[in-house]
Design a binder for this molecule. Sequence first.
Ligand code: EPU
Length: 430
Amino acid sequence: MEKYVINGGTPLYGEVSVSGAKNAALAIIPAAILSQDICVIENLPLSISDVRYMIATLRHIGADVRYIDKSSIEIDSRKVSSYVISHDMTKHLRASYYFIGALLGRFGRARVAMPGGCYLGPRPIDQHIKGFEALGAKVSVEDNAIVEASSEKLFGAPVYLDIVSVGATVNIMLAAVKAEGMTVIENAAKEPHIVDLANFLNSMGADIRGAGTDVIKIRGVENLHGCTYSIIPDQIEAGTFMVAAAATKGNLLIKNVIPKHLESISTKLVECGATVEEYDEAIRVSMDTRPGKCNIKTMPHPGFPTDMQPQIAVLLALADGTSLISESIWSNRFRYTEQLIRMGAKINVDGQIAMIHGVEALKGAPVRADDLRAGAAMIIAGLAAQGRTEIEEISHIRRGYENVVEKISNIGGDIRMVYCVDPLDINDAG
Ligand code: EPU
């Protein structure tokens, strides 16, 4: 068992560089099998476990994957031969279901176990299935555990998403890119990683327009070729450091970012009293007073991202006044508030709304990372709090944040990873 130990109360100062975007990487890695060729993908967050599992899954179906350096790989998809992916491979992360769209696009057939991932409330895949069926695939879900999709030939079609879904938009793009004719996804997700996936597929010879708006048009092409592509910076990692700078009353230059992707986060930080300066590929956040209150409603892009909701709650827990957070994407994303309350926060949750009464200071405590972004919030809280915080279940954090101990130590945070004995581990007895 491993945990993070943080001695808080020190402002974060200096420069930190953001890694490639996890959620773009998770869509682009399976997309590579749509070509029977070689793709080089750069600026990948290769040390996070979600990306490692996607690479392991590629190898499982026959792709050759070669590590070029610490953020680039080469994927040779010529020998991909299997359209079957078992639960052992899919249980670790949500994005494993992108192999359904990618395999359907490559072979007209996919048999993929249902995905794992953070528990944020029910995570149905009805909109993915609706899209595959619109393109002409037959889809069945066996025992709620395995998705089987097949089609003699896929044909482009209009697909209206009843709910704005990142995952369904990605999966339908993957299945449609080589279908015959035009697919039009209406009410599509507009997140930066959707645009990145479209740019990657277009670099392989696809014909996709409108990504980043709510209507995406995909004219199917017969073949895709290899390419070299560099992934965008991670919007949420950048946002997490921005909030950490403000919550610790520090001053951070966050490099390798696209400031446009961070506008909703910058706006809220400024509303709380932080100073935010934008440069071409960097953003500086500083704060020298107690944060002010502000209200937040999470929304699909370009609204305030749900994946930044737990982190900003830490800042609001320290604010002068009472703030409201309304979560509109996930039905169970406030579990982390129980951990913050252990650290002295005053938060009342009622359904999808959290009312946060700011306190002057948080105090260190033993806490748990309930999921990836909840874990990021615990790190920020530990850095801002007085005293020692121990965070358990850090495997969640390592799914999505690259070299987190090293990056935070370099900007003055006192954080380290420690190994501890599991009291239930009988192999350690005696
Ligand atoms: N939904 C449906 N039916 C569907 C698909 C989604 O009802 O067929 C609902 C979901 O239950 C949810 C809403 O639609 O209430 C939005 O879900 P979406 O499909 O957009 O989420 P996702 O694709 O499963 C991605 C990110 C999440 C992020 C959400 C929202 C990846 C791998 N995951 O999830 O990221 O919270 O979009 O922006 O891209 C994270 O990185 O920590 C993370 C959880």
